[in-house]
Design a protein around this ligand. Structure first.
Ligand SMILES: [Zn+2]
Length: 435
């Protein structure tokens, strides 16, 4: 699809080496043949891969032309955008690139672009790329409750989204692009609409739009009754197309749970890390911990099952608008089974630990035949002594924090497993208070 491209940088010369530029050129060519599906996992990409990937998707859709950029200028812009993303566990440049990828897929493979112009699509992709710029990894309500500088500056309504809009406009100015007020206003509108607070409003917009498209489809059929199958999709006015862009952007933004399981789980690990960090911070400040952010009382499974149920109707509504988006519903349903399976495993493990803990209390170490004790002190981030279990069935050690029966980290068995005991029992407990 793409001819060879020689990339050079103007604004960001110091940010990439010549070798990195050549790597991006090379990857850019390779990615031209890449089939974009829900299986594309940007988390396996390095930084230069990410640039090449977005560059490629943007050039496929002619985004650079709308922005009046050549490919080098577009790369310059991408680097600046990436640079404004933080190192929060989840809300990173990786998340932005993932959302761009999903939107490309929804537009091209799920045929959403039959409703959109090239300009609509370009605006949508730029908004997606910038929608979480500057996100510090703590939610809007945290900003408001702790009266952060951001909350004071950007107000209580969609604080972080307003901040992202501010940074986006700064970058558009720096790169002297998107002066047209329609383009700029729509980018702002779309970024603001990614606030989860608009979730139910977007469900309503999707329902409304699906009735509009259904009506147009019927009218079209009447007009072209002899060739209904070949009838082009109904025309949507600009307001409805912007509404569709909001709906699609939000769908992509919450699509992690509706991806193939392995990818879905990776994103879940990251968001849970971010949530629990906020919960820790709230505890430190003696605040009420936000729902789903207390690592001592919430499990990843329960949070995921709950959120999956919450977003299922959204994707079901999307199907009436974009029939092929049924793939998201299917994945959500399949992933629910995976989370339930993990939940059962967790409960089983907790029961086992309780049983063994009571065994230990009842048995003196010298007479224990089915339990091996060992002192583990170093290498843990916890101040309390953790309990470590080796579970041959799962081929891993599981660390249980004191007073918390939830497994925290999987350790390499070789680190702790006592190889000198050939007939080891199914579960070996390394108890911290014994040597
Ligand atoms: Zn987002």
């Amino acid at each position: 699809m793409m001819k060879s491209t020689t990339l050079e940088l103007k604004f960001n010369e110091s940010k990439l080496t010549q070798q990195q530029l050549r790597d991006i050129e090379e990857k850019f060519r390779q990615y031209s043949d890449l089939d974009i599906s829900l299986k594309v996992n940007v988390l396996s990409y390095n930084r230069t891969d990410l640039y090449a990937h977005v560059l490629n998707l943007f050039v496929r859709c002619n985004v650079h032309k709308i922005l009046n950029f050549n490919v080098s200028q577009l790369l310059d812009f991408l680097i600046d955008v990436a640079d404004k993303y933080t190192e929060a566990p989840y809300h990173t440049f990786y998340h932005a690139v993932d959302i761009v990828t999903i939107l490309y897929y929804i537009c091209h493979d799920l045929n959403a672009d039959m409703y959109l112009t090239e300009l609509d699509k370009s605006i949508l992709l730029v908004a997606a790329l910038c929608h979480d710029i500057g996100h510090p990894g703590f939610t809007n309500s945290f900003q408001i409750n702790t009266k952060t500088e951001l909350a004071q500056k950007y107000g209580k309504m969609s604080t972080l989204e307003a901040y992202s809009v501010h940074l986006t406009v700064q970058l558009l100015d720096k790169h002297n692009t998107a002066h047209c007020h329609v383009i700029r206003d729509t980018i702002k509108d779309l970024i603001l609409s990614t606030d989860m607070a608009y979730h139910s409003e977007l469900v309503d917009q999707a329902k409304h739009l699906s009735s509009v498209t259904a009506r147009n489809h019927v009218n079209n059929k009447r007009k072209h009754s002899t060739s209904a199958a070949l009838t082009p999709p109904a025309h949507l006015d600009r307001e409805d197309r912007t509404s569709l862009c909001r709906i699609l952007l939000h769908a992509a933004d919450i699509s992690n749970m509706a991806r193939p399981w392995v990818i879905s789980k990776q994103w879940s690990d990251l968001i849970i890390q971010e949530f629990f960090s906020q919960g820790d911070e709230e505890k430190k400040r003696k605040m009420t911990v936000s729902p789903g952010m207390d690592r001592e009382h919430c499990s990843q499974q329960s949070i995921s099952l709950k959120f999956g149920q919450h977003i299922l109707p959204y994707f079901q509504t999307l199907v009436s608008l974009i029939p092929k988006s049924h793939v998201f519903v299917d994945n959500l349903v399949a992933n629910r089974t995976e989370w339930e399976r993990l939940d059962q495993h967790d409960q089983l493990l907790a029961t086992t630990i309780r049983r063994i803990s009571s065994d230990i209390r009842a048995t003196s170490p010298s007479t224990a035949t089915n339990v091996t004790y060992k002192r583990i002190r170093s290498g843990f981030r916890s101040n309390s002594f953790p309990t470590v279990l080796y579970h041959p069935h799962y081929q891993s050690n599981v660390i249980i924090e004191k007073n918390n029966l939830r497994p925290l980290v999987n350790f390499k068995p070789s680190l702790l497993y006592d190889k000198t005991k050939p007939n080891i029992d199914p579960i070996v407990l390394y108890h911290p208070h014994d040597s």
